[in-house]
Write a protein that binds this ligand. Structure first.
Ligand code: UDX
Length: 440
């Protein structure tokens, strides 16, 4: 099939590359000239395991190409994915200006029937707006071309996006006619071979499915974080409670890891957007608001532990920070807990020596830009060298079984704050550490 993918962010690029990998002809479009030039030369703007190989291979084979010219891409395609950003607007709702601008361009340049697919995470009702926009432009053109609007939300996890796309848990497709369902079924067939996970439904339900999935996962995280805070108050250990409840198959073990709160490009934005959608439709969501409130507070829990241990004047003190990205295996810093933790500690006078395997550059040039109290170092041991205490924020694999002797010798005080409960409390005590976890 001939596919145009508009937007070469993390979703668009993974989508384009994976469809090309299945021998479709894919043209990825972006307005960012530099990004497109880089992609043509095999320079990938994000770190995502496996993505560089499939981009390079498919550019070489000719199945994947990049352009800034949306018209050229549309003329060569009959399927068009909209995968541009939907940033959080001032009132918490998703800002649709980029999606609707693309819809306008599609209406302007399409020259045959088009399947227009919303891949971006968009509020319920967006497909109708996309349809109205395209119709409006076609009318202006005096054209009687036809098109379908389809909702096909993504469920990709950063750090595992290629694997998730190649072997999806499910492919959700929302549309209003059988022909379009069949086209989508055919398009996704290579990814769902021996693995029937294709779920079709009406458009609004598909749009809502994406928000409901992310809101459910965010709820699990805020729930366990709240339980962890109660555990601390009553002298229970959330690590044991987690296993105790996870063994119930109705609850399950996944997504009940306590920590410094959820971050990333999806959960914070999507929970807020769903709250806003509910409110705009006359419903005040109570659970979702609490999920967000708990998460906001959770990002500060480690700071409170530091203050409890060292007092609220941290001037003259240095903290060695392990991990900056919002989760391991990505250089994404969006809504990362490290931003809150580091800014709060430095506001209290502390200095930070930070190490992250991938995200230090992002932090330095953007998310912690201007915070001169942060020094970026290139190894985990350099971060603790001469520091007063260590704080683990992101659970990268290389932090799982470090040389504890080296850490103890390097720190001024053998104090470790662990925001992801990576180590055994008893062992840390045996090795002479003063060790603080979340909820235990
Ligand atoms: C998420 C969804 O998982 C994905 O399906 C959707 O398409 C996009 O949003 P992602 O943002 O990549 O994916 O990250 P995810 O692995 O879900 O983690 C989100 C955040 O929750 C991270 O900050 C992580 O540290 C935190 N988390 C996750 C916890 O604190 N505890 C857990 O048990 C799981």
């Amino acid at each position: 099939m001939n596919i145009a993918v508009i937007g070469t962010g993390y979703v668009g690029l993974v989508t384009g590359a994976c469809f090309a990998e299945m021998s479709n002809r894919v043209i990825c479009v972006d307005i960012d000239q530099k990004k497109i030039e880089n992609l043509k030369n095999g320079i990938i703007p994000i770190y995502e395991p496996g993505l560089d190989t499939i981009v390079l291979n498919n550019v070489k084979s000719g199945d994947l190409s990049f352009t800034t010219n949306i018209e050229e891409a549309l003329v060569k395609s009959n399927i068009c994915f909209i995968a541009v950003g939907t940033p959080m607007g001032e009132d918490g709702s998703a800002d649709l200006q980029y999606v609707l601008k693309v819809a306008d361009s599609i209406g302007r340049h399409m020259d045959k029937h088009m399947y227009i697919i919303d891949k971006s995470t968009v509020p319920v009702g967006t497909a109708d707006k996309v349809r109205a926009t395209v119709e409006g432009v076609l009318k202006e053109r005096g054209s009687n071309l036809t098109f379908d609007v389809i909702s096909n939300p993504e469920f990709l996890k950063e750090g595992a996006a290629v694997a998730d796309f190649m072997k999806p848990d499910r492919v959700v497709v929302g549309c209003d006619n059988d022909k379009a369902v069949e086209v989508m079924r055919e398009l996704y067939a290579p990814f769902t071979v021996n693995h029937e996970r294709f779920i079709s439904m009406d458009i609004r339900s598909a749009e809502m499915t994406k928000y409901a999935a992310n809101a459910m996962l965010a709820t699990k995280i805020s729930f366990i974080n709240e339980i962890s805070n109660i555990c601390e108050k009553v002298g229970a250990d959330v690590n044991k409670v987690r296993k105790g409840i996870g063994s119930d198959s109705r609850i399950g073990y996944s997504f009940i890891y306590p920590g410094c709160g959820y971050g990333g490009s999806c959960f914070p934005k999507d929970v807020q957007a769903l709250i806003r959608t509910a409110q705009l439709n006359g419903y005040e969501p109570k659970v979702l608001s609490a999920v967000e409130e708990v998460n906001y507070a959770q990002k500060k829990v480690i700071v409170q532990k530091v203050i409890k241990r060292f007092g609220s004047d941290l001037s003259g003190m240095t903290f060695g920070v392990w991990g900056l990205s919002f989760k391991p295996e990505t250089d994404d810093m969006r809504e990362a807990a490290s931003i809150t933790i580091i800014n709060e500690l430095t506001a209290l006078g502390a200095k930070i020596k930070a190490y992250d395997p991938k995200a230090a550059h992002e932090a330095q040039v953007c998310y912690l830009k201007g915070n001169d109290a942060v020094e970026y170092v290139d190894s985990k041991y350099a971060a603790v060298h001469g520091s007063d205490a260590m704080i683990l924020i992101t659970e990268w694999k290389e932090f799982r079984s470090p040389d504890f002797e080296e850490i103890r010798k390097s720190l001024k005080n053998p104090v470790v704050f662990d925001g992801r409960n990576q180590y055994k409390k008893e062992k840390m005590a045996e090795m002479g550490f003063e060790y603080y976890q979340i909820g235990a």
